[in-house]
Design a protein around this ligand. Structure first.
Ligand code: GLU
Length: 417
């Protein structure tokens, strides 16, 4: 599941398509084609073996015309500046489609968290946070979990930032533990939002989802919540799942909760009893109704797209489909719900968490889920309307809505001085 470093080229190509439809003038296009600020840090961490290692980290702050920067922090050996730029651009359009008052950002540290101890990860996180300094903050830029970071990572960022400030600042991060001001429903929110999108996509495709089959690439937090919630919500059946170690397939169906329990115990879905083992590549080509890439960028290339048999692709990952693959899926009448819509449930609930922290409120899980449900369906419907009116794909419709609102904000703010 490796991703090539050309994700930002894909993001720029998508921006170009949206800009054409929106007839944006050249100045605005240029302003949206570059991140406003790029922070690059290198910092030392004491490793368990007593040696010091220097790590490289980034925070790309793409655009804040609609509100403070917002976006996750990723720990992965293949993190690069170009990848962060792409992910930060997508966060910008995503928050705009979700209609929440945030801009877009993304951060990451080049490291291999699977081969680091908790102590090493804690020291890395604290030192990265101190290196970012006042570049983050509740009114400036609010990080959240992304690939291989979680609520504990957010707790360390919150503590480090708060130590410097001399007071607790819970609103500096979202996706933190509930005991520290995190929101109920945040952990499952990205998967839940993607499940809601699948249900809505089923309606527009006239597809009965009860008993429909689905495959999930990347059985992490997002993929496993998507599977569990989709099964509960519409009675669909998971037949394939994978993670970085490989995949599993069962025509009879896989119980999402049992697969998760197995992965939590053994570290992988591979080895789950009574199934056929498949590769991550085979998973994408599985005969199924719904395909959910929930791992990395650029996994559905043109070559893969030709072999996709699913009727719907729900992009729970960021950037899983290349622009060339998009065209092929569209030609083959595969209904694709794009990342910046399909996985926006996470940042929608991040927004609810931030509001609760700033206002010293505590909402029930039901309140959060009800708000997510209504925000998600209205974003979905808005994008679908745009796509239908302009006779374009859901991807292009989403980009038109997302980029369009940011462009409006940029234009209306004007240029200082
Ligand atoms: N990392 C998630 C994403 O890509 C969540 C971002 C957030 O909640 O700020 O959407």
């Amino acid at each position: 599941m490796s991703h090539k470093p050309d994700a930002f080229d894909n993001a720029l190509e998508q921006l170009r398509i949206a800009a054409e439809h929106l007839e944006l003038d050249d100045g605005i296009r240029q302003m949206l084609s570059e991140p406003k600020k790029v922070i690059r840090v290198a910092f030392p961490v004491k490793m368990d073996n007593g040696k010091v290692r220097v790590f490289k980290g980034y925070r790309v702050q793409y655009n804040d015309a609609r509100g403070p920067y917002k976006g996750g922090i990723r720990y992965h050996p293949e993190v690069s500046l170009e990848e962060m730029k792409a992910l930060a651009a997508w966060m910008t359009w995503k928050c705009s489609i979700a209609d929440i008052p945030f801009g877009g950002a993304k951060g990451g540290v080049v490291c291999d968290p699977k081969h680091m101890s908790q102590g090493e990860l804690e020291r890395l996180t604290r030192r990265y946070t101190s290196a970012l300094g006042d570049a983050i903050g509740p009114d400036v830029d609010i990080p959240a979990p992304d690939v291989y970071t979680n609520a504990q990572t957010m707790a360390w960022i919150l503590d480090t930032y708060s130590q410097f400030k001399g007071r607790m600042v819970p609103a500096v991060v979202t996706g933190k533990p509930v005991s520290l001001g995190g929101s109920l429903g945040r952990e499952a929110a990205t998967g839940r939002g993607a499940a809601i999108c699948t249900r809505e996509a089923g309606k527009i495709k006239g597809m009965l989802l009860k008993g429909a089959t689905f495959a999930v690439q990347g059985y992490g937090n997002v993929g496993s919540n998507f599977a569990t919630i989709l099964e509960e919500m519409v009675g669909a059946k998971m037949i394939a799942a994978s993670d970085s170690k490989g995949g599993i397939y069962s025509k009879k169906g896989l119980d999402p909760k049992k697969v998760l329990a197995f992965k939590e115990k053994t570290g992988s879905v591979v080895g789950f009893p009574g199934v056929r083992e498949i590769t991550n590549g085979e998973l994408l080509e599985t005969e199924c109704d719904v395909l959910c890439p929930a791992a990395f960028e650029n996994v559905i290339t043109a070559e893969v797209a030709r072999k996709v048999k699913a009727k719907m692709v729900i992009e729970a990952a960021n950037g899983p489909t290349t622009p060339e693959a998009d065209k092929i899926l569209e030609r083959n009448k595969v209904l694709l719900v794009p990342d910046i819509l399909a996985n926006s449930g996470g940042v929608m609930v991040s927004y609810l968490e931030w509001v609760q922290d700033l206002e010293r409120l505590r909402w029930t899980e039901e309140q959060v889920n009800t708000t997510l449900e209504s925000k998600m369906t209205s974003a979905f419907n808005h994008v679908h309307e745009e796509a239908t009116t302009r006779k374009v794909s859901m991807r292009t419709g989403a980009l038109i809505v997302g980029v369009g609102r940011v462009a409006d904000a940029v234009k209306t703010l004007g240029i200082f001085p």
